[in-house]
Design a protein around this ligand. Structure first.
Ligand SMILES: NC(=O)C1=CN([C@@H]2O[C@H](COP(=O)(O)OP(=O)(O)OC[C@H]3O[C@@H](n4cnc5c(N)ncnc54)[C@H](OP(=O)(O)O)[C@@H]3O)[C@@H](O)[C@H]2O)C=CC1
Ligand SMILES: O=C([O-])CC(=O)C(=O)O
Length: 274
């Protein structure tokens, strides 16, 4: 398959074929109005050969840095340390980058300026969260506070840098333990694979320094639970979501579906919701 543009369909590339990327690539291959899967990037091509060759129209396999050449929209679904290598080449060429590792954006915020200067775009899906439409709307007025509480099962938190660095034993917990309380920016450093949602919430609202979050390790829950309270001059609202973990216990199943829903809107005739 060539990444050359042969129709007016938007070419979409997917970086990373893990829990989110495989579902997004499959949905594109099965057909999303006006979009075509042009390329993917993987760490280990041998591991993903069967999946890629099993697609109806197998895309090119490229290094992550080259996806921006082969696509109009690059969907970042890799660990956050690869964010820059994926997003920079795309936005430099005036392409759109859909970013799921939103926490990684905070240390690479110059990419937003780069996109602006080159006519590119960085699009953050609602992901594993809820209600960013309302937060966006409230932010047009004045939001006084945004508070979030995240509870995850033990398996969903294992290996988080905050837990490792502070030598916290979560394996034998019998009761919920508050691990962290602070800003979304600090939380993203300590839990890079766990609180992308808090960063997305903060970018929709009052920013990563004023958005407050608690992170709990909770042996009594089986889902990734996020509760949010927003106090604004237009409204007060509470939101909650209980995500079923995917094959990656850190990642809720709804995350890939949120990306697919966002892609569907790119060329859809009927768009509902902001
Ligand atoms: N915004 C949101 O609401 C949410 C965001 N996330 C974030 O989304 C991201 C993806 O999550 P998820 O799909 O669960 O993660 P996975 O670990 O399941 O998948 C990541 C994939 O990236 C691949 N990868 C690693 N290095 C490279 C590389 N150099 N080039 C290409 N591919 C590479 C891995 O390859 P391999 O298979 O070979 O190891 C793997 O397939 C994470 O950063 C996660 O924290 C997660 C949940 C919610
Ligand atoms: O899937 C979830 O519930 C949230 C998550 O991992 C993240 O924000 O990184």
């Amino acid at each position: 398959m060539s990444g050359q543009k042969t129709s007016n369909a938007l070419r979409v590339a997917v970086a990373g074929l893990g829990s989110i990327g495989t579902k997004v690539a499959t949905a594109l291959d099965q057909g999303i109005e006006g979009l075509t899967l042009s390329a993917v990037a993987v760490r280990d091509p041998a591991k993903h050969r069967a999946f890629i060759s099993g697609l109806r129209r197998p895309p090119q396999v490229l290094p992550i840095e080259q996806l921006g050449e082969a696509a109009d929209i690059v969907v970042e679904c890799a660990p956050s340390n690869h964010l820059r290598s994926i997003v920079e080449p795309a936005v430099k060429r005036g392409k759109a980058a859909v970013v799921v590792s939103v926490g990684g954006l905070l240390d690479n915020f110059d990419l937003v300026d780069l996109a602006r200067a080159n006519g590119g775009r960085i699009i953050v899906p609602t992901g594993a969260l809820i209600g960013l439409d309302a937060v966006n709307a409230a932010a047009i007025g004045t939001i006084h506070s945004v508070q979030m509480v995240t509870r995850k099962p033990i398996d969903g938190l294992k290996g988080a840098p905050f837990i490792v660095q502070n030598n916290i034993d979560i394996d034998n917990l019998r009761e919920p333990l508050k691990l962290f309380e602070g800003s979304a920016r600090e939380a993203a450093k300590g839990f890079p694979a766990n609180v992308n949602v808090a960063v997305a919430l903060s970018l929709a609202g009052i920013g990563p320094d004023r958005t407050r979050i608690q992170v709990w390790a909770d042996p009594t829950v089986t889902r990734n639970v996020h509760r949010i309270e927003v106090e604004a001059d237009s409204a007060r609202f509470s939101m909650g979501i209980e995500n079923i973990p995917s094959e990656n216990p850190k990642t809720g199943l709804i995350t890939a579906l949120s990306v697919i829903a966002l892609l569907r809107k790119q060329r859809a005739t009927l768009c509902v919701g902001t």
